[in-house]
Write a protein of this length. Structure first.
Length: 335
């Protein structure tokens, strides 16, 4: 196939490009680098089956040549309000990527008679009242909270995707992605995995909010990409949860990170209320298991060990940049 991947320079998009190329497909990657990183695609320079187009998906999309599939992954995804990559600081761009971007990519799929896959999110469930979350759960979402720009953009994107499927007969798929981690995440992503790993590698106590009894379920990126690829090749049009159902408290996760990294210390801070951060998150993956034959195979400890070298490299680069005088290239004061 020849596949368009939007958000190709992002954490998940870049891994998806790699997988598609490994399977023998040709890839057209698209990104505007608002949150994506050129480094994530640098290893594909010179790959003749990879074409990159710098473009904002909220504008009309034109791709030369025939396409067999369109995979829409373009969107800010970090909840960190202190990060330039966070959707709280990019609210309009986030809504446009989910609304206009989905409309434009569906238009491309329609024009090429191509199959379409939407990257949705577990955030459409909000702070869930049902646990674990099945695809039939409608969610518990604040439509005007700070996080709503991401949640509601994805909910609208799902509705638009199904409208194109029902009205235009587009061959669509929807994947609801749960917490995923691995190499190529932003170090200041704002989610708990990069937060904990960067603190642990710096020898700092890990920041845990409240009593740490809130839960997450962490899926290693290779497992997630496997599930997404199987969904692309399937005939399933309904949303499918893809994530790891092994639920763990944040406190247990912090202790695990410290054990693996050799770090010590946990610092408890008051819970930050009112931001819509879900207290529990766990996918029901029965549909993925039954329809795709998919299950995650990388355990948490193994996945963290695979992820640590990437963050060690990033931390080393950050340190070098701090002690180097960028105007002269000579060692600076480090201040």
């Amino acid at each position: 196939m020849r596949v368009l991947v939007t958000g190709a320079a992002g954490f998940l998009g870049s891994h998806l490009c790699d997988r598609l190329l490994d399977e023998g497909h040709s890839v057209v990657g698209m990104d505007n680098f608002i949150t994506g990183s050129r480094e994530n695609l640098a290893h594909l320079a010179g790959e003749e089956r990879f074409l990159f187009i710098r473009h904002d998906v909220s504008n009309f999309i034109f791709v030369p040549g025939k396409l067999d599939a369109v995979m829409h992954f373009a969107s800010p995804a970090s909840p960190n309000p202190h990060s330039p990559f966070g959707y709280v600081n990019l609210p309009i761009q986030t809504m446009k990527a989910g609304a206009l971007g989905t409309h434009n990519t569906l238009g491309v799929a329609k024009a090429h008679n191509a199959r379409f896959l939407l990257a949705s999110t577990s955030e459409i469930y909000g702070d869930p009242l049902e646990h674990p979350q099945t695809e039939g759960y409608w969610g518990h979402v604040d439509p005007i909270g700070e996080r709503s720009v991401y949640d509601e953009a994805k909910r609208f994107a799902e509705a638009l995707t199904m409208a194109y499927h029902r009205f235009h007969g587009i061959d669509t798929r929807i994947v609801r992605i749960f917490n995923t981690y691995g190499p190529r995440m932003h170090t200041d992503d704002g989610r708990v995995v990069p937060n904990f790993l960067m603190q642990a590698l710096r020898g700092q106590p890990l920041t845990v909010y409240g009593d740490g009894q809130q839960t997450r379920s962490f899926c290693y990126v290779d497992d997630l990409i496997e599930g997404i690829y199987r969904l692309l090749l399937s005939d399933e049009h309904r949303p499918v949860n893809v994530g790891n159902p092994d639920e763990i408290t944040i406190l247990e996760f912090a202790e695990t990170i410290n054990q693996i990294s050799g770090n010590q210390g946990i610092a408890f801070h008051p819970m930050q209320r009112g931001d819509g951060d879900p207290q529990r998150r766990q996918p029901d993956i029965s549909r993925a298991r039954e329809l795709l034959g998919w299950l995650p195979v990388v355990g948490l400890r193994e996945g963290i060990r695979k992820t640590i070298p990437y963050f060690e490299e990033k931390l080393s680069l950050l340190h070098e940049n701090r002690i180097k005088d960028p105007s002269s290239g000579r060692p600076g004061t480090g201040s």
